[in-house]
Design a protein around this ligand. Structure first.
Ligand code: G6P
Length: 598
C-alpha cells in the first residue's frame, strides 16, 4: 500500500515530509524513510519500524527538496534495506514508490545483466535503476521512458542531484495528489498529508508526470506540458487526539453515539429522511441494488443487504470488490451499484467503480473521507460523517456506513407512511442505545479476559445477525490475532460443526426476532457437542437466555437498526481481548487502514 510524500521549498523540508508520513501511516507501517538533497548529494535515512522511529534521524536531514515513504511490505520483508527511498546505482536519484510493479522480475534480470547491483528485494528498486539508465540530462524524459516500461501500478516521487530544487513524480493506478502552498509545493498519496501545508490541490491522472519546485508545479503527459486545475482544499487539518482514552480504537468506539447524532441531524428533518445529494427518483425504478466493498465495508454491505431487502423488497446483492472487478460483466440496466468505503481509496473498490462507470451503470458511493478517489468515480456520494478514524480496525466508520444504508432505505420508501414513522423513530433512538451499550464495557472486559486464552472462536447468526457476526469475528481476529470465523447458523451442519468439540467457544448472535427459535436450535446443536456458548439476544428473549452459558442481553430495537447496536458489545470484546493479550491495538500486525494495492 505505502504512502509517499515530497516537498520543495526554500528552506529545510525534511520535517514537513516527516509530518506528512505520520499522517500516511494508516497506509502501512512496516518501515519508513526520507531522502533529501544536501550539498549536491543524496542523504537518506531509513528505519525498519514505525514512522515515529525516524524522528531523530529526520531531524538531522536538511534539504530544500525531500521525499519520504511509509511502507506496507509486498516484495521483501520489512527490513532497512527494503525500506524506501531507493537510490540509483550512480547515486544520482532517490525514489519512493507506492504500488506494485508486476514485471519487476524481468526488468531486474535485464538490469542485472547490464551490471547493476541491487541492494533490496523490492519491486520498486527497478524503477530507480531504470530511470538512471534512461537519464541523459533530462529527468522528465528519463522518468517517462522508465515508467513506459512498467506494468502494474505506481505513484512515484523522485529527486535528482542534478536538479536540487525539484521533486519529480509519476502516476498510474495509485493515488497521487499535488499541493500548492505558500512558498512551497508538495505531493502525497492523499490529502491528509498535505492539508496542513497546502492551499489548493490537484489529483494527477494516470499517465501524468509532474515536476514541483518551490513556486511552480508543471504537469506533463508523453513529455508534453498539460494544464491542470487546482481546487481549494476542503479538508481541514485534524489533530489525532486520543483524549482520555488509551487507544484510538476505544476512543472511536466511544465516539459512536456522537457520530450517530450528527448523522441523524444531517439526515432526518421534520420526521423524514433527507438525501439532498440524490435525485429524488434515483431509487424509484430500479430492479436491484448491487453493493460492492471490501473488509468491514463489505460487512456493512451485508447488513445493508438485509436492511434494504426488508425495506425495498428488491433483490440486493453484496460483492467483494476484489471478486466483482474480475467477474463476467452483467447488464447493469435497472441496477444501482452502491460502493462502500471508509477511506474512498481502496484499490479493489476503485477498480470496481471504474468498471461500473465504463459500463455506464448508475452508482452511489458511501464514503467517509471527503474528496477521496471513489467520490470521483460515482454519480453520487453520500458522506458518512464519522469524522477521522485513526485505528486500523474500523468501528465508527462501520456503524456510520450501516446507518447511512438504513437511512437510504427509509428515504427510498418514505412515501409509505407506515414505514416512515417507525423506522425514523428507530433510527433516532440509536445514540441513546449506543450509550447504554457502551455502559456495559466492564462486562465486555470481564468476558475478554476469558476469551483471550482461546485459540479459536466461532460466531453464528442468521439474517442480520449473521451480517453482524461477520463483522464481530473480523474485529476480534484482526486485533487480537485469535483465529475466528463466522457462519450462517443454518449452514453449520454442512461442515463447520465438525470443528466443535468440548470447550469450543461459540458466540451466537440472536437478536433478529423472526428467526430466534432457529438460532436457539443451532445453539443447542453446538452445545450438544461440547461448545461453550455466549449469546447476544434481546432482553426479553428467555429462550436464548436459558439455552446459552452466558448472555449479552441487548435492548429491544427495530430490526433495521439492530446491526448498528448489536455490534457494539463485540467491538468492546475485540478491543479488551486484544488489550489483555498485549497486542498493538491501533496498528495491528500486517494490516493497513487503507488498502491501496490489489
Ligand atoms: C482495510 C481496513 C478495514 C477496512 C477495509 C476496507 O482492510 O483495515 O478496516 O474495512 O480496508 O476499507 P475501506 O476504506 O474501503 O472501507
Amino acid at each position: 500500500m505505502c504512502g509517499i510524500v515530497g516537498f520543495a521549498a526554500n528552506e529545510n523540508t525534511a520535517a514537513e515530509v516527516f509530518k506528512g508520513l505520520l499522517k500516511l501511516e494508516y497506509r502501512g507501517y512496516d518501515s519508513a524513510g526520507i531522502a533529501v538533497i544536501n550539498e549536491g548529494r543524496i542523504k537518506c535515512e531509513k528505519v525498519a519500524g514505525r514512522v515515529s522511529e525516524l524522528k531523530d534521524a529526520a531531524e538531522g536531514l536538511f534539504g530544500k527538496v525531500s521525499i519520504g515513504h511509509t511502507r506496507w511490505a509486498t516484495h521483501g520483508a520489512a527490513t532497512r534495506s527494503n525500506a524506501h527511498p531507493h537510490i540509483s546505482y550512480d547515486g544520482r536519484f532517490a525514489l519512493v514508490h507506492n504500488g506494485i510493479i508486476e514485471n519487476s522480475v524481468e526488468l531486474k534480470a535485464e538490469l542485472t545483466g547490464l551490471g547493476i547491483e541491487f541492494k533490496s528485494e523490492t519491486d520498486s528498486e527497478v524503477i530507480v535503476q531504470l530511470i538512471a539508465k534512461n537519464y541523459f540530462g533530462d529527468p522528465i524524459k528519463a522518468l517517462d521512458a522508465a515508467v513506459k516500461r512498467l506494468s502494474g501500478s505506481f505513484a512515484i516521487a523522485l529527486i535528482c542531484t542534478d536538479f536540487p530544487l525539484s521533486v519529480f513524480a509519476a502516476k498510474k493506478g495509485s493515488p497521487l495528489i499535488a499541493g500548492r502552498g505558500r512558498n512551497r509545493n508538495m505531493l502525497a498519496s492523499d490529502v491528509s498529508a498535505l492539508s496542513p501545508f497546502a492551499k489548493s490541490i490537484c489529483r494527477l491522472s494516470d499517465g501524468e508526470l509532474l515536476e514541483i519546485r518551490k513556486d511552480t508545479l508543471n504537469f506533463f503527459r508523453d513529455g508534453k506540458p498539460v494544464e491542470k486545475e487546482f481546487e481549494e482544499i476542503k479538508m481541514k487539518e485534524y489533530k489525532a487526539d486520543k483524549g482520555e482514552f488509551e487507544h484510538f480504537m476505544i476512543k472511536e468506539i466511544f465516539d459512536q453515539p456522537e457520530v450517530a447524532k450528527s448523522i441523524i441531524e444531517k439526515r432526518i428533518r421534520n420526521g423524514e429522511a433527507v438525501f439532498s445529494e440524490l435525485e429524488p427518483d434515483i431509487l424509484t425504478d430500479i430492479k436491484q441494488v448491487s453493493i460492492v466493498a471490501c473488509g468491514s465495508a463489505y460487512n456493512a454491505g451485508m447488513a445493508g443487504k438485509y436492511i434494504l431487502k426488508e425495506l425495498l423488497r428488491l433483490p440486493v446483492t453484496v460483492s467483494l470488490a476484489s471478486e466483482y472487478r474480475y467477474a463476467a460483466p452483467l447488464p447493469l440496466e435497472g441496477t444501482i451499484t452502491v460502493f462502500i468505503s471508509q477511506s474512498g481509496e481502496t484499490a479493489d473498490t476503485l477498480a470496481a467503480a471504474e468498471r461500473v462507470r465504463a459500463l455506464r451503470g448508475r452508482s452511489i458511493s458511501i464514503v467517509n473521507v471527503r474528496d477521496s478517489a471513489l467520490t470521483k468515480l460515482t454519480d453520487y456520494t453520500l458522506y458518512t460523517e464519522a469524522g477521522p478514524e485513526v485505528a486500523v480496525a474500523t468501528t465508527k466508520g462501520y456503524t456510520a456506513q450501516v446507518m447511512t444504508l438504513c437511512l437510504l432505505g427509509v428515504w427510498a420508501k418514505q412515501s409509505e407512511k407506515s414505514v416512515l414513522f417507525e423506522a425514523v423513530e428507530a433510527i433516532k433512538s440509536i445514540p441513546e442505545i449506543m450509550l447504554r451499550l457502551l455502559g456495559t464495557k466492564d462486562k465486555a472486559e470481564e468476558l475478554a479476559k476469558k476469551v483471550k486464552e482461546e485459540d479459536s472462536v466461532y460466531f453464528i447468526g442468521r439474517n442480520i445477525d449473521y451480517a453482524v457476526a461477520l463483522e464481530a469475528s473480523l474485529k476480534l481476529k484482526e486485533i487480537s490475532y485469535i483465529h475466528s470465523e463466522a457462519f450462517a447458523a443454518g449452514e453449520l451442519k454442512h461442515g463447520s460443526i465438525a470443528l466443535i468439540e468440548e470447550g469450543t467457544k461459540v458466540f451466537a448472535l440472536n437478536c433478529y426476532g423472526p428467526l430466534t427459535d432457529k438460532t436457539v436450535s443451532a445453539i443447542r446443536e453446538v452445545k450438544a457437542r461440547g461448545a461453550c456458548v455466549t449469546a447476544a439476544f434481546c432482553e426479553n428473549d428467555g429462550n436464548t437466555a436459558a439455552v446459552c452459558d452466558e448472555g449479552i442481553p441487548l435492548p429491544i430495537v427495530h430490526p433495521i437498526v439492530g446491526a448498528v447496536c448489536e455490534i457494539i458489545p463485540f467491538q468492546l470484546l475485540a478491543y479488551f481481548t486484544a488489550k489483555h493479550r498485549g497486542a498493538d491495538i491501533d496498528k495491528p500486525r500486517n494490516l493497513a487502514k487503507s488498502v491501496t494495492v490489489e
